[in-house]
Design a binder for this molecule. Structure first.
Ligand code: ADP
Ligand code: MG
Length: 279
């Protein structure tokens, strides 16, 4: 009885491993191809059911696929390196609600409704850091994001328009749930330049989200758009479904620099320099 069972049992060593590998390549299952032999041995040794063995292989393939997809989306997002919500110090911007930032980072409602986020504040206050960190969290949550300096995107859109391909270019940005336009204020006031920006805002309105950082609040936006009417129309669309975060704090860069200089002035020279340890 047991002898007959043994003869009929599938022994992974009797399966043509090379042929199986080729078939797994054909099926585009690289992870299963890599791990099946290890798991087959383990499954035999531990007496797994066939269903458990199969489920384990499939789970590994899917998990690895997810990991690779997020890795690809992260490269594609062009976020600022090293900026995450973990390294963002909320205590220096007490007017900013951490709960609100966490809600933005989770995605869900605002992205599915094509809502926007606007981050205002003077230079150095952490707007780009915050924007990129929200982008990072969203990619990790499975969303697609593009981080770009506003001037760079405006330039690319102008090139597209010259090639009569602006509509196509803007349509292709639809694959991103969120496009982050960093530093709107630095777009030069030029009719040709900023009208492409207006086209982007109109095209994504109520469909796909934008996150914009800017030094100037709306009062100054007529300086960014070609004329008053376009500025009003742009602001109108942007704020219709928007979360607005205002970071009215001191520049983080300046704060860090000041603290460093205070420390070296405030302490005895031997502490500040780390030398002269005699008392
Ligand atoms: P902004 O875009 O508002 O000009 P940045 O985001 O470029 O400012 O911030 C300037 C520098 O200070 C960056 O290196 C950023 O990581 C850092 N920084 C700003 N705010 C914070 C913060 N709250 N916590 C940690 N680092 C911060
Ligand atoms: Mg910035």
């Amino acid at each position: 009885m047991t002898g007959k069972q043994d003869r009929n049992a599938i022994d992974p060593n009797t399966v043509d491993a090379i042929k199986l590998s080729l078939m797994l390549t054909d099926l585009r299952l690289p992870t299963i191809k890599e791990i099946w032999q290890t798991f087959a041995r383990r499954s035999d040794a531990e007496g797994w059911t066939a269903a458990r063995f199969l489920a384990t292989l499939v789970e590994h393939e899917l998990a690895e696929r997810d990991r690779r997809r997020i890795e690809r989306h992260l490269r594609d997002a062009r976020l600022l390196p090293g900026k995450s919500l973990d390294t963002f110090d909320f205590t220096v911007v007490p007017m900013l609600s951490k709960a609100q930032v966490n809600a933005l980072a989770a995605g869900d409602a605002w992205l599915s409704q094509g809502g926007n986020c606007l981050i205002f504040g003077p230079p150095g206050v952490g707007k780009s850091h915050l924007a990129s960190s929200i982008g990072l969290a969203l990619v990790e949550n499975g969303y697609r994001v593009l981080f770009t300096r506003t001037t760079d995107l405006v330039q690319r859109m102008q090139v597209a328009r010259r090639e009569l391909a602006l509509e196509n270019f803007i349509n292709r940005l639809d694959r991103y749930h969120l496009v982050i336009l960093d530093d709107l204020a630095y777009v030069r006031k030029d009719q040709a330049e900023t009208s492409v920006l207006f086209e982007l805002i109109s095209a994504r309105y109520e469909r796909r989200s934008l996150l914009i950082t800017a030094n100037q609040p709306f009062g100054e936006w007529h300086k960014v758009f070609p004329d008053e009417t376009t500025a009003v129309a742009a602001v109108d669309r942007l704020v219709h479904h928007a979360v607005i975060l205002e970071l009215n704090a001191e520049s983080y860069r300046r704060r860090v620099a000041l603290e460093k200089s205070k420390q070296s002035r405030g302490r005895p020279a031997r502490v500040a320099t780390g030398k002269n340890t005699k008392d």
